[in-house]
Design a protein around this ligand. Structure first.
Ligand code: ARG
Ligand code: ZN
Ligand code: CA
Length: 242
């Protein structure tokens, strides 16, 4: 145990078309984005408004691609009920899920960009699923073409809630993120004044909102604390300690 949190990643690719069989380079581009976004080395981190600069975090977690599994299938969309995570159901079982982050790239369908399992769930379905159109950067589809779907989903996998708390002016259980009325889309112009009281600006550039990829570029210290708490001895994801 050296104190660093390094997450080994296995990527499971399920494809029914050539385009869905995303390249090794496309996959690596996604790992690179995760490494940038979770160490605040993303080039747009400096766009963080001064108002939020004091809480903007270097989460200090890195990701290492250890294996890519690929499987051709005649299933053209997978939905959100975990079939892609099961070899028996035509997908691919996760590899060592208590010590490895499994990601699946496949066509989800229904306009879903990605989904994740929160910590504490079944090992057999642990990990994140990203639609193949939004996995990585180069060939990904605008405006979700900067790999931020995975940055957001891995946030859920590390116990983060949506910044609006999935309720009107809801609570995300993080004290240094402002209250949001609801999800925000597109790229809101700063300052985006909340309609929740007392008067304040919303942090629309947080990864846990729903803005376009180019509109999200920071986590907060409070979110970092929630994520890193999983990896301490006895934590829900302590299997990942290095
Ligand atoms: N809708 C997805 C979710 O709730 C992901 C949204 C990701 N947003 C993005 N700009 N890539 O988990
Ligand atoms: Zn989400
Ligand atoms: Ca909050």
């Amino acid at each position: 145990v050296n104190g660093k949190i390094i997450i080994p990643v296995v990527v499971n690719v399920l494809y029914s078309t050539a385009a869905e069989n995303i390249s090794d380079a496309q996959i690596q581009s996604q790992i690179d984005v995760l490494n940038q976004d979770y160490t605040a080395t993303n080039t747009d981190f400096s766009n963080t408004p001064a108002e939020f600069a004091g809480v903007a975090a270097n989460v200090g977690i890195t990701f290492e691609l250890i294996k890519i599994n690929r499987k051709s299938t005649n299933k053209t969309s997978w939905g959100t009920r975990d079939a892609m995570k099961s070899t028996k159901k035509g997908g691919l079982d996760p590899t060592s899920p208590t010590t490895t982050l499994n990601m699946w790239s496949c066509n989800i369908g229904g306009g879903i960009l990605g989904y994740a399992q929160f910590p504490g769930g079944a090992s057999a379905t642990d990990g994140v699923v990203i639609d193949s159109d939004y996995f990585g950067i180069t060939t990904a589809s605008y405006p979700y073409n900067l790999g931020r779907t995975a940055s957001h989903e891995v946030g859920h996998w590390m116990n983060l809630r949506h910044i609006w708390g999935d309720a009107s002016c809801g609570d995300d259980l993080v004290s240094d993120t402002p209250v949001h009325k609801t999800s925000n889309f597109g790229v809101p112009t700063y300052p985006y004044v909340s309609t929740c009281l007392p008067a304040h600006n919303e942090m629309t550039m947080n990864y846990m909102d729903y803005t376009d990829d180019r509109g999200m570029y920071m986590f907060t210290n409070g979110q970092k604390a929630r994520m890193t708490a999983l990896f301490v001895a006895g934590g829900v994801r302590s299997g990942f300690r290095n």
